[in-house]
Design a protein around this ligand. Structure first.
Ligand SMILES: NC(=O)c1ccc[n+]([C@@H]2O[C@H](COP(=O)([O-])OP(=O)(O)OC[C@H]3O[C@@H](n4cnc5c(N)ncnc54)[C@H](OP(=O)(O)O)[C@@H]3O)[C@@H](O)[C@H]2O)c1
Length: 329
């Protein structure tokens, strides 16, 4: 591939938002590397997507220790591409990673002990060829380890220079409130909560997460904003062979029923009336909700990414449009 030089207009293309009451500022659309960046995927495609993302003003990249497959390989590929193409822009980039899900053998290869979190962070930094990450997350709550231990480990990760900020992911509203209270007491820069939120999964709103985050001064970033591709045109006419549902692992093909396809078609029509694609409307809908800092998308091609990046252009909804969407779902 030819040498990369970043688009000089990149900051005019993507609006940004402040993350809670912190100094962190995120593009409204961020890119996640859960799928399509592993050792089983095309390296050239991954590199094209990262270059395009940065050119589109997407300067936040989200990873985790176990992203791949193979686990760890998304961080490795990111590290290789970062070193070749993006290193000179390090101070513009907001890079996050996480630990908590199964990564290596034995009792320390997952969950939230101090030993596990600090070791995992060191492994991630090596794989990504970074001196520090911008945000380090506890990926899921640990029901056995005391919350204080996991939070003190996050605090140590910041104070030892491995991360600038910390976040938590997949915690319930109640547990997240407890975690942020501990971090506040420790004066740890805890700035962000990462959870699943989209038109079809509104648990975060239903459980008062965004109100809690607002009162705590913490930002919210929403993962699987397209419900892993369901809220796009991908499954309008069946299950494409190269789609996530065809792989039948994280998104089961049995989920794509005729009834669901009818709903997708109806949503697609509402999006068309708004002069948007369904993917763009699904992301815009999230960006229109209170407390959301950024939508954390995945993509399997540069074209998908380019489409998603346009979603903030039209992210206001009339009461009637909200009602129409709710009626379909
Ligand atoms: N904290 C956590 O526990 C957690 C959990 C899940 C995800 N995440 C984060 O959130 C990120 C995004 O998750 P996700 O990949 O599930 O998000 P998503 O945006 O809901 O789904 C991404 C998938 O949607 C399809 N897609 C995207 N844009 C499209 C377009 N314009 N047209 C048609 N199809 C389109 C693609 O499917 P195909 O591959 O089929 O083309 C793509 O792989 C992850 O990478 C990760 O960083 C975090």
């Amino acid at each position: 591939m030819e040498n990369y030089s970043a688009n000089p207009d990149r900051y005019e293309r993507m609006p940004v938002r402040r993350c809670g009451r912190s100094g962190v500022i995120l593009p409204q659309v961020s890119l996640g590397l859960w799928h399509n960046f592993g050792s089983v995927d095309s390296f050239e495609n991954a590199r094209k997507m990262l270059r395009l993302a940065f050119d589109l003003g997407i300067f936040h990249f989200d990873l985790a220790n176990n992203y791949g497959p193979e686990p760890g390989s998304a961080e490795e590929n990111f590290g290789t591409i970062f070193s070749a193409d993006l290193k000179k822009h390090r101070d513009e980039l907001l890079i996050s990673t996480k630990a908590g899900f199964r990564m290596w053998e034995g009792p320390y290869g997952e969950w939230g002990s101090r030993k596990s979190l600090i070791a995992s962070c060191d492994q991630s930094l090596k794989r990504m060829q970074l001196d520090y990450v911008d945000i380090f997350y506890h990926h899921r709550p640990d029901p056995e380890t005391p919350l204080e231990e996991s939070m003190l480990a996050l605090d140590h990760i910041v104070r030892s220079g491995r991360a600038l900020y910390v976040g938590i992911s997949n915690y319930s509203t109640e547990d997240a409130a407890k975690a942020f209270a501990i971090l506040r007491e420790l004066k740890t820069p805890a700035v962000i909560y990462q959870g699943c939120f989209n038109m079809m999964n509104r648990k975060l709103e239903d459980t008062g997460m965004f109100e809690m985050l607002d009162s705590t001064g913490v930002g919210g970033i929403c993962f699987s904003p397209l419900a892993q591709g369901i809220l796009t045109s991908r499954y309008l006419n069946g299950i494409p062979v190269d789609s996530r549902a065809a792989r039948n692992h994280f998104l089961k093909n049995e989920v794509i029923t005729a009834e669901l396809q009818q709903k997708i078609a109806a949503l697609n029509e509402i999006a068309r009336e708004r002069s948007q694609t369904l993917a763009q409307m699904a992301l815009a809908w999230i960006l229109s909700r209170k407390g959301v800092t950024s939508v954390l998308c995945g993509a399997s091609s540069p074209e998908q990414l380019a489409e998603c990046a346009k979603s903030p252009l039209n992210s206001t909804f009339t009461a009637e449009e909200y009602q129409k969407i709710d009626a379909v779902l």
